[in-house]
Structure formats: structure tokens, C-alpha cells
Design a protein around this ligand. Structure first.
Ligand code: ATP
Ligand code: MG
Length: 356
């Protein structure tokens, strides 16, 4: 039996609560046999920044390099600028390990009171693929004449042919692996007439490699309305870094709560470890009270297990999660309930034992 080396980075706020819960779930899976994990915990984030002046050590990536996967909580601290926490930790790992595909499944889990009342869980089953290495978040730009009337600033969006091609090919492949074989390519080429036009052209080229995938194009603004009005017309969705960032928050809200949604930052070529995390942030308002919903982390563990090829354990954990969300007495505050992080975690563990 292989021992998987897992790095855990709780980060800030409720990350420090949901990541231990995720680890507890993985230990329970290992206890039941067939799986072995070796964990290493990293205390990077806001507190580390206060002591060392950086969110993580300069050679931090080297400590992660030999891991099979990374489970990440959240980086964000009310006393440190958002762009410092984001670029200093999460984006450093995503870019350092070229995790260029950010995969975000969205489903309405059993028992969840989602806001789209005309929509059944069968009709909202998406996976959003976010370009995760370039585009609007390239970090290229500058600011001049700060504080003066002539002050100016730029954020340059860089899209490379290679970068666009690899994310679109990844999305077509993912669409092909899903039952409906349906892909929507999000664009804004009517207004952004350089990079997004190239994006559209490359989509057409790559589509020829996947004749069995039905695909269409949608403007990002129109896509938001379509997600609300015609959710069943969507399945796999691919978009640029910024567009997918926005669409996936909408998706998470439509599926019931930010506290449920998972994501994987994936290096499809497996040169480096991939990183899995709930999409929510550090949520300092509920920190330290045991109120955080751990389901987003558990679902991220499902994605982590799938990535490692442990599909049976992944399916069993997903089943345990769904049986717990189906019970309203096990809902945390974000879902209108009063269950604690620990109660939800123990319920998932108990269900796992039952399914073993
Ligand atoms: P960050 O600055 O790191 O993004 P944030 O304070 O903006 O963090 P978010 O995670 O973006 O917080 O979430 C917004 C709000 O949603 C939180 O303030 C919290 O009340 C709620 N929330 C988010 N995640 C969860 C969760 N897992 N369980 C319960 N409530 C949550
Ligand atoms: Mg936030």
C-alpha cells in the first residue's frame, strides 16, 4: 500500500478549524484500511507574517515539492492587505507549481435549501474550469505618481497561446469525461478585442480534437443570467482567471452556500503537487467558535482522493457527505442550522464507518 504524503496548510481564520476537520476525515478513511497518509502541517499565513514579515518562508515551495497533494484552508487576515495575503501564499503555490487548471464542481447537495426554487438538483450540476496561471491575474502592471492628480495604474492581462490552449484542451477533456459531454466557453471578445478574440480562435481549433463534445460560446455577462435562468443548459464551463473567479462565486451561492463549495488547483501534467481547498475565505466573523461549515473542505478531500486515483474512497466519502447534508439537524449556521464543525465532522466519520 502506498503512503501518500499530504501537506496541510490551514492558513488563517476558519482555515484553522476546517483543515483539522478534513484531516480527521482522512485519518478515519485510513483507519478503515486500504489507504495510508503521512501528514505534514505548515503554519503559514497571517500569524507567520507578523513574526517573519512574509506569509511563507522563501524556500517554502521546496518543502512542498515532494508531497502527493496539498490541502489548503484559507489565506486572509483583517490586519494585512488582501493582495499581500493572496499573492504571498496561495498564488505563490499555484504559480510556483504551475497549477494552471482550477476545477470547481457545483451541485445542489441533498437537503440543501438552494435559492433557485424552480431548479432541481439534477438540473444544476456544473464544473467550472478556471484558467489559473495568467490572464487578468498575471501580476503585471504598475502605479505611477501616487497621490498626485496625474496618478495612473495598470493591470495588464497577459494571455499566451500556450496558456490558453492548455486550459481549453483540459476543459474539453473534462467535458468529454462527463456524461453530457457539453462545454460552454465563456468569452468577452465583443469588448476585449485582442486576447479574447485569440481565446475564441483557439477554442475553435481545440474543439476539432473533440468531435464528440458539444460546445458553445457565451459572453460572461450573459452567462450570469443563463446560470440563473437556464441552469440545466450548462454542464462544464471554462473561463479566464477573472471571469471564472466571478462565475464560481455565483455558482456556489446558487448551490446553497459558500461553505460547501470545493476546488482543486491542478497541475494536469503531475510535475508538481496539486492543491485542494474550500472556496470560502478566512471568515474572521465566525472564527474560533466552532461554527464553520467543514463540508467545503470534505468535498475538497473527495477531489484530492480522485486526483490520487483513490476513486472508491472518494465515492464513499461523497456518499457520507451527502447523507449528512440531507439531515437538517446537521446543518451549520450558514445553512440555517445550529450544528457545530465538530458535530458535522463526527457525523461524516460515523457514516463512513457505516459504509466501510
Ligand atoms: P477572506 O477575506 O479570506 O476572503 P472573508 O471574511 O471575506 O474571508 P469569506 O469566506 O469570503 O470570508 O465568506 C464570507 C462570509 O460567509 C463569512 O464572513 C462567513 O460569515 C460566511 N462563511 C464563509 N465560509 C463559511 C463556512 N465554511 N461556514 C460558515 N460560514 C461561512
Ligand atoms: Mg472573501
Amino acid at each position: 500500500m502506498k503512503t501518500y504524503r499530504i501537506a496541510t496548510i490551514p492558513g488563517d481564520g476558519i482555515g484553522k478549524e476546517v483543515i483539522p476537520a478534513g484531516r480527521r476525515i482522512m485519518q478515519e478513511l485510513a483507519r478503515q484500511g486500504g489507504l495510508r497518509f503521512e501528514f505534514q502541517d505548515f503554519d503559514w499565513g497571517g500569524d507567520y507574517y507578523r513574526k517573519h514579515g512574509a506569509m511563507m518562508p522563501a524556500d517554502g515551495l521546496d518543502a512542498l515539492r515532494d508531497k502527493d497533494a496539498i490541502l489548503f484552508g484559507s489565506a486572509g487576515d483583517p490586519h494585512i492587505a488582501d493582495h499581500v495575503t493572496l499573492w504571498g501564499l496561495r498564488l505563490k503555490i499555484c504559480q510556483g507549481f504551475d497549477q494552471y487548471a482550477n476545477v470547481r464542481p457545483t451541485r445542489i447537495l441533498p437537503g440543501i435549501d438552494a435559492p433557485l426554487k424552480r431548479c432541481t438538483p439534477e438540473q444544476l450540476n456544473w464544473v467550472i474550469v478556471r484558467e489559473n496561471s495568467e490572464g487578468e491575474y498575471s501580476g503585471v502592471g504598475g502605479r505611477v505618481h501616487q497621490g498626485h492628480p496625474i496618478e495612473a495604474a495598470t493591470d495588464v492581462s497577459i494571455m499566451t497561446r500556450a496558456g490558453v490552449e492548455r486550459i481549453l484542451r483540459f476543459a474539453f477533456k473534462l467535458a468529454q469525461s462527463r456524461p453530457r459531454k457539453l462545454l460552454t466557453v465563456i468569452t468577452k471578445s465583443n469588448a476585449q478585442r485582442h486576447a479574447m478574440v485569440m481565446w475564441d480562435e483557439i477554442a475553435l481549433q481545440v474543439s476539432r480534437e473533440f468531435p464528440d463534445v458539444a460546445w458553445d460560446k457565451e459572453l460572461v455577462d450573459a452567462a450570469t443570467a443563463r446560470m440563473v435562468n437556464r441552469p440545466a443548459s450548462l454542464d462544464t464551463i471554462v473561463a479566464t482567471n477573472l471571469h471564472a473567479d466571478i462565475l464560481s462565486d455565483l455558482a456556489a451561492a446558487l448551490a446553497g452556500s459558500l461553505g460547501i463549495a470545493p476546488t482543486g488547483n491542478i497541475d494536469p501534467e503531475r510535475r508538481y503537487p496539486s492543491m485542494f481547498e474550500p472556496i470560502h475565505g478566512s471568515a474572521f466573523d465566525i472564527m474560533g467558535k466552532g461554527l464553520a461549515n467543514p463540508v467545503g473542505t470534505f468535498w475538497s478531500v473527495v477531489m484530492l482522493l480522485e486526483h490520487l486515483g483513490e476513486t472508491q474512497a472518494a465515492a464513499r466519502l461523497m456518499q457520507a457527505i451527502e447523507s449528512v447534508t440531507a439531515d437538517p439537524s446537521l446543518h451549520t449556521g450558514d445553512l440555517g442550522g445550529s450544528a457545530t464543525t465538530e458535530q458535522v465532522t463526527e457525523a461524516v466519520c460515523a457514516k463512513l464507518a457505516e459504509l466501510a
